[in-house]
Write a protein that binds this ligand. Sequence first.
Ligand SMILES: [Zn+2]
Length: 226
Amino acid sequence: MADIESLKRDLVTACRILHREGLVRAFGHISARIPGTDRLLIPPRMGPGLVRAEDVLTMDLSGKVLEGKREPNSEAAIHWSIYRARPDAMSVAHTHSPMTVVIGDLGLEVQPLHNEGTVFGEGVPRLDATGLIQTEEQGKALVAALGRSNAALLRAHGDVVVGSGVREACILALYLEDACRLMYQCLQVGKPVFLTPEESARIRPKTFNEKTVARAWEYFSEIAVR
Ligand SMILES: [Zn+2]
């Protein structure tokens, strides 16, 4: 049980971080698979910046709430659909972050322009179906678009990222927004010179690993909960 409580605390911290960094306001969510189970922890239908550990719901992979009193998020299918299809997925974040919408709506491919962006160097697929993702069928379409990637853009909506844990998923979401913002800013003044796949492959292991995620988490969590 102690592990579940610490997982809930990390989820709450991740919610605060995503809120403070402007990736979510009233909408958006991050979840975690309970290790070794087909269950997930997910905040209820409320602004992520308001979530407390006692609000967090336990849900199965059909979207049924097993524990918790509050109403589930209307897009919980994003989470349980990905956990069903991706055994490697231990945490999923879905945000409506502005720059991922901009790049998705421009129909541009996310390409890295900075060291941290190389974590997306193998490409970020885009789901072109619009609107909310609330049904099993819509969840399957998202899973098909996502494939084995660690992130996908949702046109006119936002993005999803998949991590090996809550901390990693949270930092990935921040880096995806950064990568999209840098693309947007560079496009204002010229033609960006993107990092090549070879450059990305060389840089990525040094800029996105257990230690760099831990350092980023330490920084963002400390300033988010002050
Ligand atoms: Zn959404």
